[in-house]
Design a protein around this ligand. Sequence first.
Ligand code: ATP
Length: 302
Amino acid sequence: MDMKTEILDHEVSSPEDSNPEAGRSSGNEEEMPPEENLLASDETPDRGNSDEDHIKCELPRSSRPERGSGGGNPHKGTPVIEVINVKKSYTLGDMEVPILHDINLTVWEGEFLAIMGPSGSGKSTLMNLIGFLDRPTEGKIIIKGLDINTLSDKEVAKLRGLEIGFVFQTFNLIPRLTALENVELPTYANTREGVNARKRAKDLLKMVGLEDRMHHKPGELSGGQSQRVAIARALINDPAILLADEPTGNLDSKTGCEILSMFTRLNEDGRTIVMITHDPEIAKYADRIVLVKDGIVQNNSE
Ligand SMILES: Nc1ncnc2c1ncn2[C@@H]1O[C@H](COP(=O)(O)OP(=O)(O)OP(=O)(O)O)[C@@H](O)[C@H]1O
């Protein structure tokens, strides 16, 4: 089976097919590999704002000496994201405004890449293109060997739903749904065959230390807890790629550190991560840092 068939061959279920209350058991359940607990062994699960004082966040920095400051990618195996001669313009009235000029970038399987750059330089625009939330004006975006330009909108939606998980600065949780329902939500559109989504959502919430918060709504959660729910949601379909746009931007430094610690563990388990950040200290934990300025990648040190 070629890559395209393999990715696009997963079963797609529609919202009408699913009953969130009853869970999403298919009867032929093949569990995805269990995620490891993302809490560091010395971290206490967050029990609410008042308990954040008890969280001790120590990033596994010493165990990753090769990382940081654009020090290079230790993986360099299979390209998982290829951005080739990409341009993006927006039309404002009768004017075309170029945002990205000629972007070339390869992200390797298992790499942790940080994208930095001044406000308005085009980082989120690039991230949206990589995540298939938008299409380039010119050029190619290839994810796991599949060229977006050759895919229908339906195929793009499926590839995005199964292979890409998103984490945003503002969490983007649905306020009227519980944490559990928010995590499960992406599976109403796309799901992998044989997976019990309800059980996986519960396992993921447990993994991020929110077992006792699964029936709470976002308004009843702290910022750090909300971002943990968003991370669990991003992982629900076991995507190869995690895209994070300023994931710690709305969090205090301790909580931000804890979220970053989860990212480094997910990356150490082999997940490819692309993260936008303004903070050079946070970017240091990536394998490689690329700087986007004036719509161009300034330092592409692959
Ligand atoms: N849908 C759109 N229509 C028109 N212009 C847009 C649109 N989206 C973004 N832009 C413009 O593109 C430019 C780049 O925006 P983008 O959000 O990618 O920057 P950024 O580097 O992520 O900025 P920040 O760090 O402030 O989030 C900005 O000038 C922005 O106004």
